[in-house]
Design a protein around this ligand. Structure first.
Ligand SMILES: Cc1cc2nc3c(=O)[nH]c(=O)nc-3n(C[C@H](O)[C@H](O)[C@H](O)COP(=O)(O)OP(=O)(O)OC[C@H]3O[C@@H](n4cnc5c(N)ncnc54)[C@H](O)[C@@H]3O)c2cc1C
Length: 314
């Protein structure tokens, strides 16, 4: 069932984001016979990739097929899907929360699960955006195996690129680190050299693409180095505006903090997946969503008990 989020419907939980984290939370909650709405605006992080890896029993599945199956399972237990963006969520008069949607709809719920993921901010190097998720990628665990024993390049766009190159040496003996903006220390160079990782100096001008495939990395001096896969470390920006807007506490690392069940510092507000953890893979995000749904239902049961007890005088 889908809806545009018409005013007046009351839910036990509104789940914001229908990626692995949000859908698994919704599945748990719908199976717990909770009234659940899942709101999503159709921008899952791994959409550019053709295949998803590292999820037991789902390895190699197209990301869109995985999400479609997850949606169908949650809907099968009564979850309601809303195709929209949540613009704001606010504490509601009389308890719970109100989610205001970009289509003018409003949802009211006793609790929220925010599973809005993160945004990968890519360097402005020609070719990087065009090939992102195909042969310009970031995650060794997601894509390393597919580039095993191939000519891999790592773009030195952030200090994390040095260890990234060391990681990728696990998958191929032919790894080139393009220094680009990096200021490599003598120790970095010694450690890279010790594992046969070549450092190419100079600014990167572009990722060279021909016949729908990466062919190499072009440098500002006009030279080019043939490569078949390019790894880059993006800046990962959590989509956490809704959590921050609700006043959820943020840790020293700059990410919204949760307990091990996904509960934020604001009672009734839970979070799961990449919005609170940049390292979370699809399987981890699904697990975090499951844990949040599990604990959220217990929280609702406790609230149901308190509400059912007779009010004691005095
Ligand atoms: C190119 C690429 C390839 C990857 N490959 C793999 C892989 O092979 N294996 C693996 O395990 N991991 C892979 N990942 C990582 C994977 O994408 C994440 O682990 C996973 O998507 C996190 O799930 P999530 O539910 O937290 O977020 P997402 O999947 O990003 O889902 C968040 C959802 O929230 C929605 N949303 C955001 N804001 C709002 C709002 N305000 N209102 C309504 N909806 C909203 C978005 O539209 C989105 O659908 C890859 C990542 C990238 C970039």
């Amino acid at each position: 069932m889908t809806t545009n989020g018409a005013r007046g419907i009351e839910y036990d939980a509104v789940v914001i984001g229908a990626g692995a984290a949000g859908l698994n939370a919704a599945l748990l909650l719908a199976r717990a016979r909770r009234r659940v709405a899942v709101v999503d605006n159709g921008q899952p992080r791994n959409a550019p990739a053709a295949h998803m890896h590292g999820f037991l029993s789902r390895d190699g599945m197209p990301p869109a097929a995985f999400l479609e199956a997850g949606r169908a399972e949650a809907v099968g237990y009564g979850a309601v899907m809303v195709d929209a963006a949540v613009e704001t969520s606010l504490p509601a008069d009389g308890g719970g929360f109100t989610a205001l949607l970009d289509n003018g709809g409003t949802l009211h719920a006793r609790s929220l699960v925010v599973a809005t993921g993160l945004r990968d901010e890519l360097p402005e190097i020609p070719g990087v955006h065009d090939r992102w998720g195909r042969d310009v990628v970031h995650c060794p665990y997601c894509h390393g195996y597919e580039f095993r024993d191939q000519a891999i390049g790592v773009l030195g766009t952030s200090p994390g690129a040095v260890f990234h190159a060391q990681m990728l040496r696990q998958w191929s003996p032919d790894v080139v680190l393009f220094a680009h903006t990096l200021d490599l220390s003598a120790e970095d160079r010694e450690r890279l050299d010790a594992r046969g990782i070549v450092v190419v100096e100079g600014s990167v001008a572009a990722v060279a693409v021909q016949d729908d495939a990466v062919r190499g990395v072009e440098l500002a001096d006009g030279s080019s180095v043939p490569r078949s896969g390019v790894f880059v470390v993006p800046r990962m920006v959590p989509r956490d505006a809704l959590l921050r807007g609700l006043g959820c506490a943020v840790g020293e690392d700059g990410w919204v903090s949760v307990d091990r069940h996904g509960q934020t510092s604001v009672p009734g507000v839970w979070a799961a997946g990449n919005v609170i953890d940049p390292r979370a893979q699809v399987v981890t995000s699904a697990g975090m969503g499951s844990a949040a749904g599990f604990a959220l239902n217990i929280d609702l049961v406790q609230r149901d008990i308190a509400a059912a007890l007779p009010v004691r005088a005095g």
